[in-house]
Design a protein around this ligand. Sequence first.
Ligand SMILES: [Zn+2]
Length: 172
Amino acid sequence: MRCPYCSNKETQVKDSRPAEDNQSIRRRRSCSACGGRFTTFERVQLRELSVAKRSGKTVPFDRDKLYRSIRIALRKRKVDDERVDQLISGIVRQLEASGESVVTSDKIGGLVMDGLKMLDEVAYVRFASVYRNFREAADFGNVLDELSDDKITVLADVNADKDLADKVTDDQ
Ligand SMILES: [Zn+2]
């Protein structure tokens, strides 16, 4: 498993234990090059999901990629990996329950926004600001209206969030 921080291929498993009611195995890993720590989950995949992108291309659903874009939205927010993984599992279950094997990236983006709204309001606005592109200034105002004042001050860097923009506009 490649290190998400430095891309080194040598990482060690420090701890393995069941998670999500024994539906997955959670592993704590550490990178032997940079010392970075991260968590991976191993789970059964019942069927393959594909994503229809705005460009018209269809690509395999990539859970890790979804994880990375959510993590960027959650940057510097205190939300642990287990909760992020639960959010993604919930999204995947909804996609699988739809019965379609091809889902649109818009559908996934919408589910991510719904989930982030419950999980962390700041991350929600970061994700939404990029995902929707705030084509109309009114959109941004509406989202801010839904937030409490103390959260808004944390959003100063929303529009400078180039990393997230790259991930999300990459369509997923
Ligand atoms: Zn590393």
